[in-house]
Design a protein around this ligand. Structure first.
Ligand code: HEC
Ligand SMILES: [Cu+2]
Length: 318
């Protein structure tokens, strides 16, 4: 099992990133301790050496150029090292590999809900395969939350109306606690969850519903994108939006995801999750060039879960 580091004060390191974060953290702590001892030590010894009884007349000391260059250069160098090192670790933990398995997460007072590509959704429990990159796409149903998995050293805010993400590659099967790290109301401290890391083969079994663990999924297991397709029919989107490229009352859904759209004020925008969500909740906020602002809001009708499914569906309409 992953070891504890730093005299057992830090949580287990369950990912490569965790090791990178800890190494940097320990380096910064060591430097801080070194300079703390150096400064306090010199201060005490100077206080003793130049005490009043030995130096009745205070010496008037002025600048010392070599010393000043030295104490500017050394800290600059150290900060440079911390910056570059920190940047490298940050870059590694921010940019998910393109091959990452995507899971959508919604924070709400006071639980975490996860939606998987095969259609299951789980509450409080996040099922992932070991040794494979997993990307969590986060949003919130109400207020700010923050998904925090200490053993993986990853944490990301879940913001209403926005889609943020984090990724990790868990070293081995096991369980790890999930916290909400953003005060979100009365039961904030009880907004706990756990990551359940499984051998990839076992995870596939879970995904295909062959494992008991599916007791926590909703049992529907209609793939997320198919759920999204059904929703566009249920909500009547298809009356105005085609999926074959033909323009109806509204622009076609075909090839929409990821394309650069021109808006009525001639500005450009890349169609991403947040733009799609806004188009559904607040259609008049950004109107597509050449179309009338006739789409009515779906605010209150469409749930965050539904929007995630619709996004997954639109992603398949290449
Ligand atoms: C009454 C017709 C109508 C219905 C129903 C409708 N829309 Fe729209 N939609 C439009 C029109 C017109 C536009 C373009 C003008 C604008 O941006 O508001 C649009 C724009 C959009 C856009 C932005 C498209 C782009 O090219 O940038 C998205 C995404 C969208 N709608 C999704 C939906 C979804 C999802 C539903 C169902 C939940 C839906 N629409 C229902 C008429 C409709
Ligand atoms: Cu919370």
């Amino acid at each position: 099992m992953a070891e504890h580091t730093f005299f057992g004060l830090l949580p287990p390191q369950a990912t490569e990133i965790a090791k990178g974060v800890d190494d940097l953290f320990i380096f910064i702590t060591a430097i801080s301790v070194f300079f703390f001892l150096l400064v306090i030590g010199l201060m005490l010894s100077f206080a003793r050496k130049y005490r009043a009884e030995k130096n009745p007349v205070p010496t008037d000391i002025h600048e010392n150029l070599p010393l000043e260059i030295l104490w500017t250069a050394i800290p600059t160098l150290i900060l440079g090292v911390i910056f570059v090192w920190g940047f490298i670790v940050y870059k590694d933990m921010s940019a998910a590999p393109g091959s990452a398995y995507e899971i959508r997460a919604i924070g709400k007072q006071w639980l975490w809900k996860f939606q998987y590509d095969h259609g299951a959704s789980t509450v409080g429990e996040l099922y992932v395969p070991a040794r494979q990159p997993v990307k969590i796409i986060l949003t919130s149903d109400d207020v700010l939350h923050s998904l925090f998995i200490p053993d993986f050293r990853v944490k990301k805010d879940a913001v209403p109306g926005m889609y943020t993400s984090l990724w990790f590659r868990a070293d081995e099967p096991g369980e790890h606690v999930i916290y909400c790290a953003e005060y979100c109301g009365t039961n904030h401290s009880g907004m706990l969850g756990k990551v359940i890391v499984m051998e990839p083969g076992k995870f596939e079994e879970w995904r295909s519903g062959k494992l008991d663990a599916t007791a926590t999924s909703n049992g529907e297991n209609v793939p997320l994108d198919i759920q999204g397709k059904a929703l566009t029919e249920k909500f009547g989107c298809v009356a105005c939006h085609s999926t074959n490229g033909s323009v109806m009352v509204g622009p076609s859904f075909k090839g929409l995801y990821g394309k650069t759209e021109t808006l009525s004020d001639n500005s450009k925008i890349v169609v991403d999750d947040a733009y799609i969500r806004e188009s559904i909740i607040e259609p008049q906020a950004k109107v597509v060039l050449g179309f009338d602002p006739v789409m009515a809001t779906y605010k209150g009708l469409v749930k965050e879960e539904d929007i995630n499914a619709i996004i997954a569906y639109l992603q398949t309409l290449k």
